[in-house]
Design a protein around this ligand. Structure first.
Ligand code: PEP
Length: 264
């Protein structure tokens, strides 16, 4: 089954849970989540938990993602971890999350270099893009998405872009930045913009096959509505992914919806 035909649900645990707590949460999720061929569940714990969790997880159920890494493969960069070091541990890496752009001043160019470094090290980027509240109010959403995408992907080949996962995360909808619930029509419009920009740059085939996730206050109550937005292939979940009741309910909903769509 191609990746495009699966629903992808990513848990971004941010700077929560020590290694013991992360392990406990995986145990609880493991009890509740069945093996789903059609739903890809990706866990993004802190850097410290990646190694122990890579030994603990049932790989038929879970894949791992890093939340960031350094764009250089090695060198005198005290405190940093490179994609080269993560190569055997993770399938994915979240790049350009708004918290990294805002709190750690990651520029469009740094995001571009991280995307290239991930791909160079055979790790699939989950590239986050999205406008702030002010940018939306000023009618700049299209331009912001365009600039973020064009720069971030500019060092990749067409084949490499096809494999990238794009997460549309309007900053104003992320729980820690306001948590306003996005309307399906707003998401659908943004996804259309993203796919048409990809189409212009890389052609129809890439635009149709690139995976696009939605992120912003997704929980067990809102997930179904968001997954039903045309062009959405899954969700990036922050706060709700730390709660095993909520996160396993999100996976169940994704599974049910996937089958409803396939059968209907
Ligand atoms: C996120 O930070 O990527 C996110 C989507 O967070 P939340 O679900 O808490 O809004």
């Amino acid at each position: 089954m191609s990746n495009m035909n699966k629903t992808m649900i990513v848990a971004n645990w941010k700077m929560h849970l020590n290694a013991h707590e992360a392990s406990l949460l995986v145990h609880r999720l493991d009890d509740r989540i069945k093996i789903h061929r059609d739903v890809e569940v990706v866990l993004a714990p802190s850097m410290l938990s990646l190694q122990p969790l890579s030994l603990q997880i049932d790989r038929r159920k879970f894949r791992l993602a890093a939340q960031t890494a350094n764009e250089h493969d090695q060198g005198a960069f005290t405190g940093e971890v490179s994609f080269t070091m993560l190569h055997d541990l993770v399938h994915y890496v979240i790049i350009g999350h708004s918290e990294r752009r805002i709190y750690f001043h990651e520029t469009f160019e740094v995001v571009r270099d991280k995307v290239a470094a991930a791909v160079r090290n055979k790790i699939t980027p989950i590239l986050c893009v999205g406008e702030t509240h002010v940018e939306r109010k000023n009618g700049e959403t299209k331009q912001v998405l365009h600039d973020q995408l064009v720069t971030a992907l500019s060092n990749l080949t067409t084949e490499e872009v096809e494999n990238v996962v794009i997460a549309y995360e309007p900053v104003w909808a992320i729980s820690t930045f306001g948590g306003e619930l996005a309307k399906p029509s707003q998401i659908s419009e943004a996804v259309d913009l993203i796919r048409s920009q990809i189409r212009e740059l890389y052609g129809e085939r890439v635009a149709a096959s690139v995976r696009v996730l939605y992120g912003g206050s997704v929980d067990d109550h809102t997930i179904s509505g968001y997954l039903e937005v045309p062009g959405i292939n899954g969700a990036l979940v922050g706060a709700a992914s730390l709660n095993y009741h909520k996160f396993s309910a999100i996976i169940d909903a994704a599974y049910r919806l996937h089958h409803k769509v396939k059968e209907g």
